[in-house]
Design a protein. Structure first.
Ligand SMILES: C[S@@+](CC[C@H](N)C(=O)[O-])C[C@H]1O[C@@H](n2cnc3c(N)ncnc32)[C@H](O)[C@@H]1O
Length: 209
């Protein structure tokens, strides 16, 4: 099934941005995937920037990417990946897994889905018991940054940037969906004083009990 996500402006922006990531960001991507094993679902793979970072203990990655221009880049990245990767243009909401996954990977995507709580419940149900969610996500800040995020989310930011919402309490939503958070930390990808709504990331590992 093909999705109805059609976002030419964001596809161009994200293709350019994801091709120029910092070493720091690449390190965070590797950390997010370290130690994964077995069958993995990657949600909203974009241009496939994560694929190069999967460890050899991963036997298969199924990547969903509903924006067809980004999915085309992701397929190119899949062909160069160190592990087998297939890319489908379904949205995560449309996707139905054949069998439970050992892990689900979300990076910079939970800010963009329409129904965060619903998607997290769906991801929980797609994992085997003991399976894990790895996440590297923008999260809601506090104080002046929270105000900036709420302003951005109410104006053009989501429309320009593929439905990205910067003021999301993603970690709380992960716990509310039933996951047990095993490791979690915060990282700044720009100095804390830079007035960017997406400068702070949450990196973590949560398990389906
Ligand atoms: C900011 S990009 C991040 C891409 C990639 N995860 C990464 O780390 O580079 C967000 C991606 O999520 C995808 N996306 C948005 N809504 C989605 C949905 N409902 N299901 C699956 N992917 C979605 C977008 O098409 C886009 O490629």
């Amino acid at each position: 099934m093909s999705s109805d996500v059609d976002n030419p402006f964001f596809a161009r922006v994200w293709t350019a941005m994801s091709g120029h990531e910092t070493d720091e960001m690449r390190t965070l991507r590797s950390e997010n995937l370290a130690g994964l094993r077995g069958r993995v679902l990657e949600v909203g793979a974009g241009t496939g920037t994560n694929f190069a970072h999967y460890p050899p203990s991963v036997t298969e990655v199924v990547a969903v990417e509903p924006e067809r221009r980004l999915a085309a880049h992701a397929r190119d990245a899949a062909a160069r990946a160190p592990v087998p990767v297939t890319v489908t243009t379904e949205s995560v909401e449309q996707f139905s897994p054949g069998a439970p996954f050992d892990a689900v990977v979300c990076s910079l995507v939970l800010c963009s889905v329409d129904d965060l709580n619903g998607v997290l419940r769906q991801l929980f149900s797609m994992l085997r018991p003991g399976g894990e969610l790895r996440y590297l996500e923008h999260i809601a800040g506090t104080g002046a940054r929270a105000r900036l995020q709420r302003f951005a989310d109410a104006t053009v930011w989501p429309r320009m940037l593929g439905n990205c919402h910067t003021h999301r309490h993603t970690e709380a939503a992960i716990t509310a969906a039933g996951f047990r958070v095993e490791t979690a930390r915060r990282e700044w990808v720009f100095p804390a004083w830079v007035p960017l709504p997406v400068a702070e990331l949450a990196l973590g590992r949560a398990v389906r009990p």
